[in-house]
Design a protein around this ligand. Sequence first.
Ligand code: FE2
Length: 422
Amino acid sequence: MPSSYDLLLRQGRLLRPNGDLNTVDIGITAGTIAAIAPHLDASAPLELEVEGQLISPPFVESHIHLDSALTAGEPRWNESGTLFEGIEIWRERKQDLSLDDVKRRALETLKQQAMQGVLYVRSHADVSEANLMALQGLLEVREAVKDWITLQVIAFPQDGIYGGPQNEELLEEALKLGADGVGGIPHYELTREDGVRSVQRIFELAQQYDRLIDIHCDEIDDDQSRFLEVVAACAIRTGMGPRVSASHTTAFGSYNNAYALKLLGFLRRTQINFIANPLINITLQGRTDTYPKRRGLTRVKELWQQGMNVSLGHDCVQDPWYSLGTGNMLDVAFMLIHVAQMTGMSEMNACYDMITWNGAKTLHLGETYGIEVGKPANLIVLDACNRYDALRRRATVRYVISRGNLIASTETPQMKWQPLTS
Ligand code: FE2
């Protein structure tokens, strides 16, 4: 007698972690992957024919600011396009924050991402405003969406831990309220010494409260911005490396090669994670250059070649720093291919891995991530035959399955050629 499942996927091309593709049926029951086989003699109330389409683990958004998402143009546009004008505009906009405002925009952005296959998101929450509105809003959203998307919240002191009299206290309060991780912005502290001290304080807090670390590190073109070495030193001394992420590190792209090579050796010892945000890095950085104009991206290719874990994020979706973006991780990886010149086939495949498995490693998701029997049924189906095809065409995510439920489906747009009639 045939088995019965809640949901069946028929004849999709299952992407394995090593890049292999196997044509399989997948049976899902009670939110769990119950069976994977070349053919399942089974039935289900919902059967999806996905022949020839790519079945992939969900996309992972490693770095976004949901508290500022969807505020572009409020109260004004960032005309200079710089990080620092963005910070000024956000400082004005956040005076009007309310819980409802934060939650509404965060939820809308998460829905947009989920519909495009993102089921794991790490968001920073600005904790340098007195009432911690952004943090509280995102913590409430984290709870509200937990049945269909996993949200991680990092307490992020946008104005620096030592940039205001209460910021250090607010950061610690955010951890007490339940933030998943500690953030920082050492290159935006008032002095270099404050920057070093801020990194050390972040590690202390992470150890004290047993949290992850994700530091906005050296997000500037200044080749003398060298807080990544401080992060590396703290990671080596504490042994916390795999729980630590260095976001942006764009100055790494401007370091001289002698220093960069030495630093790479230190970094290999740390096992820290790197998060690049190519959409915004290529638009925000290089703004003070005339020509030649730098790309302002961290050394993604070299980090990847050295075996470091690199994952990717949007950073921003329609906010004072980046007014574009739809939440589609394929756009992010596509931009990386160009900016980091990752155009070899193995390099392009690696870029796909950066928005899936590598992101899962950055977020410390552990064994729950991936498509295997016994794991939670979180997967996506793309209208593509492999990773390269998905990236080249920024393929439509046809189905999104979260916790065993079909939560979104999208029809692939069809182009129709109209022959000229004489
Ligand atoms: Fe950021």
